[in-house]
Write a protein that binds this ligand. Structure first.
Ligand code: M6R
Length: 602
């Protein structure tokens, strides 16, 4: 949700900012802007649309040694040039970029800024006017900024430049992510280390409530009271080449293809040379002491939690509840005596999940964050972290994080089950079964031509579509229907196959695509029966069946994998169907409308 970059002390400021914004475009892409200055000149360039639209407006003289930039996902005010960041104060002296939501912006406007003129409708513009308001009261920039922060309620990552001091970027953070990168003779700021990997791999993390004064050769962190804080930098272990699309037309296709390799990486990261599962002993002890696991997540991560429920319950023998973060925080159910929380989050930054983590931390419950991003907010704030090792996921539609989360939770469940001497765990050869699942994924990925044709045959003119299944197949249906709707804009729902006839079947018309996922021998005949019911009402049915349960007319046959791991193989055709349906509609697969990759507002 919005991306911020900044640089101080480098004559290539314009290039560093635009390169950084390109890398952050996954966070929001409805408008963008940069402010660049040197001792004598300054330039503000903003544009509605994508970073490439902004770049086309940047003329050669737009050069400087200091600057800030922003790519936006609109919260307050429509996507427009006026609402694009950076925003300037009333006199133009201060320039600001903001990621987050200022909840009391209207109150601040009326209390302090009644006579000011505003160009847009954003909460962020209020913030920069407020800083100038306090500067006009005689405070220096740092103290005016600090004073404004005491008045602002909400989430923010701010980057601020005072045109009267062109050697300093002022930074503050609360709930929204922000890092400082240490360059050679210059320093940078960014919402995500990925944005600045070409400049540095040494970063300093910030905590909520901190303010930082960044010059080309110094990074001074202060807490809200103004006390100086010492913090060691860390090295971001990310390969910049993982960020590249290479020969792929879209990141989503690359990331779908990377799933088998990710499975193999998870095996090697979490097992020793004997094949025994190796996870943190303290994490294991905490899980062994728990009487119930609460998985809390959003979107695809939530769907991965659902798909992992049976695995955890059978291998680890601990009951599991799976909850939506946005509901759980404000409607917390009665908890068990010894709850253990698992936060599933690809980005590690999702605000809905974080607000629950803050609450369960306050209650003193142990928490594990399973994430793809080392050092992310939820990773730092949970008791334990398990990394997905999936490499950066750039496409807004999550694919490899889903399968990596299921694999990581399988590893964890196996470790707990082994420690408890559970028969189900002892019988489950993790390395072998995950290897078989990776091979099955490879087989599905090699069926691209078939899936492209099916996407054309079934979705070309479709407005609605249903995926149905029972048990874990239902959970996979939820995920693949989310994929289809979020990128192709076809209205798609995942349904429990038996539930369709209790109401939703009324929506089935002549030609409505209904896709059945079948991987369980007990429920297979029932799901086939449900497909016949909709077929007799005109539905255009498709079957994705596990090879051992398939029939000659089934459109997609998935190699047999261990029953715990069926979602890993069954999800791939759904991901590829969504991809090709979207391509056929001529839409931007990686950047669907209205969405952003990392949802850092509640
Ligand atoms: O980073 P997270 O896993 O916490 O993100 C959760 C959701 O926002 C995310 O999965 C979203 O639903 C994706 N667009 C799905 O493809």
């Amino acid at each position: 949700m919005c991306g911020i970059v900044g640089v101080v002390g480098n004559p290539q400021a314009t290039e560093i900012l635009t390169n950084g914004l390109e890398k952050l475009e996954y966070r929001g892409y409805d408008s963008a802007g940069i402010f660049v200055a040197d001792a004598d000149h300054d330039y503000l360039v903003k544009s509605q649309g994508r970073i490439k639209d902004l770049e086309s407006k940047i003329t050669p003289e737009v050069q400087g040694t200091i600057g800030i930039g922003h790519t936006r996902w609109a919260t307050h005010g429509e996507p427009s040039e006026e609402n694009a960041h950076p925003h300037t104060s009333q006199s133009g002296r201060f320039v600001l970029v903001h990621n987050g939501v200022i909840e009391n912006y209207d109150d601040l406007k009326h209390e302090y800024l009644a006579n000011d003129t505003f160009y847009g409708e954003t909460d962020s513009e209020i913030a920069v006017h407020l800083i100038e308001y306090f500067a006009n009261q005689g405070l220096d920039t740092k103290e005016a900024f600090r004073k404004a922060l005491t008045k602002i309620r909400g989430s923010y990552a701010f980057g601020l430049i005072d045109k009267n001091d062109r050697d300093t970027i002022y930074v503050a953070k609360n709930k929204s992510p922000l890092l400082i990168g240490l360059g050679d003779g210059f320093n940078v700021i960014c919402s995500d280390a990925l944005a600045m990997l070409q400049q540095t791999n040494i970063f300093v993390e910030l905590n909520d409530g901190e303010m930082v004064i960044v010059t080309k050769d110094n990074v001074a962190i202060e807490n809200a009271a103004g006390d100086s804080i010492k913090r060691e930098p860390y090295e971001a272990k990310i390969d910049a080449s993982d960020m590249e699309k290479g020969t792929y037309p879209y990141y989503m296709l690359k990331e779908i293809d990377e799933q088998p390799a990710t499975m193999r990486r998870i095996i090697s990261e979490y097992t020793d040379e004997t094949g025994a599962v190796a996870v943190d002993q303290a994490l294991l002890d905490s899980l062994l002491a728990s009487d119930r696991i609460y998985i809390v997540a959003c979107g695809t991560s939530y769907n991965a939690g659902l798909a992992s429920k049976q695995i955890i319950e059978e291998l680890a023998n601990i009951p599991v509840e799976v909850h939506l973060s946005s509901e759980f925080g404000y409607n917390m159910p009665l908890l068990s005596a010894k709850p253990f929380f698992i936060y599933l989050t690809q980005s590690g930054e999702t605000a809905d999940s974080r607000q629950v983590l803050v609450k369960t931390n306050e209650l003193g419950h142990p928490a594990l964050t399973v994430t793809n991003v080392a050092g992310s907010t939820l990773s730092r704030e949970a008791t334990y972290t398990m990394l997905l090792h999936a490499g950066p996921e750039i496409a807004v539609a999550s694919t490899k994080a889903y399968t990596a989360q299921i694999a990581a939770l399988t590893v964890l469940s196996k470790a707990v089950g082994d420690a408890k001497d559970n028969a189900a765990a002892k019988d489950f050869d993790l390395v072998k079964e995950l290897g078989i699942a990776a091979n099955a994924m490879d087989v599905m990925i090699s069926e691209k031509e078939l899936l492209k044709q099916l996407a054309h045959d079934y979705f070309a003119g479709a407005e609605h579509a249903f995926y149905i299944g029972r048990g874990t197949d239902y959970y996979v249906s939820l995920e693949v229907s989310l994929k289809l709707k979020e990128i192709s804009y076809i209205h798609a729902e995942g349904f429990a196959a038996g539930e369709l006839k209790h109401g939703t079947i009324a929506l089935v018309e002549e030609g409505t695509p209904v896709i059945g996922i079948i991987s369980d021998d007990v429920t297979a005949p029932h799901t086939r029966g449900n497909l016949r019911e909709v077929e007799s009402r005109g539905a255009h049915t498709m079957v994705i069946a596990s090879e051992d349960l398939s029939k000659p007319d089934d459109q997609i046959v998935v190699p047999v994998v261990h029953h715990f791991l069926r979602p890993l193989a069954a999800v791939i055709p759904g991901q590829l169907l969504a991809y090709y349906a979207t391509l056929e509609r001529g839409l931007d697969v990686d950047k669907p409308r209205n969405l952003a990759k990392s949802v850092t507002v509640e």
